[in-house]
Design a protein around this ligand. Structure first.
Ligand code: IPD
Length: 288
């Protein structure tokens, strides 16, 4: 389904408007999602492990990223490209320009087990005078075909329908999404912080795709999201979808020394952040 046109934003140094970047992101994410869906209809095996024995990659992650990378760089050879599965081989962006940030399958463990909740994420980040900002983001759920997209300043949509976060709720009535690091040491710290915070909120959900969790906040189906150990490719696209729907996001040092991402509707963001700090999710020193 084609999204409605957002208010036009000026073209940047890329020579392309955020809407044009969003359109390319959507086209390649759809192609990637079709590949992922096709791979899921056959046998799926672990191809390798990455940061730990439980951080897995499948051939479908690699094939999807290769397809997305090829399509984007064919259309825009001057752009940079950062993908989860080829992060060691980043296609460097010029000082001012566009960098694509891609997670070919966010929620790989769900994909492996054929559980609901994995997505193809494509974001376009523009750097001007040293300041970088994500201007377009697309998240496609291959299993359902649901498409989330946003343009900076142009709102967020699911299958073309504008999104808005939930209304205000006291902390005790907020449903929060979370995830756990692939680093077992950090999981202990995350669990300890949840022991403190859990009695003070409605409940938590661990769905297995940070990107889809952020989209839940965007569409008013969750009140917030808290997780340490996320990477830029997990949240670049979905973070814009959430912000354009009325949420705030912040990345800060987590208790285990990795990036902690907090997201909530802007009207309740500071209260959640205070609770997250109080519960001990923050304050670590940088990991080695
Ligand atoms: C992971 C998922 C998971 C979250 C992890 C992410 P991946 O992404 O988003 O929900 O808990 O932090 O790394 O590895 O499946 O792309």
């Amino acid at each position: 389904m084609s999204p409605p046109s957002a208010p036009s934003a000026p073209s940047g140094p890329s020579g392309a408007s955020p809407e044009a970047l969003r359109d390319l992101a959507l086209a390649v994410a759809r192609e990637g999602a079709a590949l992922v869906r096709e791979r899921r209809s056959g046998a799926v095996e672990v191809a390798a492990t990455k940061t730990s024995d439980i951080d897995v990659v499948t051939e479908a992650d690699r094939a999807c990223e290769a397809l997305v990378r090829e399509r984007i760089l064919a259309a825009r050879p001057e752009d940079g490209f950062l993908g989860e599965e080829s992060a060691d081989d980043e296609h460097a962006v010029p000082a001012d320009g566009v960098r694509w940030i891609v997670d070919p399958i966010d929620g790989t463990v769900n994909f492996l087990y054929d559980l609901d909740g994995y997505s193809v994420c494509v974001a376009a980040e523009v750097t001007v005078d040293g300041t970088s900002e994500v201007v377009a983001g697309v998240v496609v759920d291959p299993a359902t075909g649901t498409e989330y997209e946003a343009v900076l300043g142009g709102g967020a949509r699911r299958d073309g329908v504008p999104l808005a976060v939930r209304g205000p709720a006291p902390l005790a009535e907020r449903l929060l999404c979370t995830g756990f690091s692939y680093d077992r040491r950090i999981r202990v710290l995350q669990a300890e912080a949840w022991v403190r915070l859990l009695p003070h909120v409605r409940d938590i959900r661990r769905r297995g795709s940070a990107a889809l969790d952020l989209c839940l906040v965007a569409e008013g189906r969750a009140d917030g999201y808290v997780e340490e150990g996320v990477h830029l490719w997990d949240h670049a696209a979905a973070g814009l979808v959430a912000r354009e729907a009325g949420a705030s996001t912040r990345v800060l040092p987590g208790v285990g020394g990795l990036d902690l991402l907090v997201c909530a509707p802007s009207h309740g963001f500071e209260e959640l952040l205070d609770a997250v700090e109080w519960a001990g999710f923050t304050g670590g020193t940088a990991a080695e």
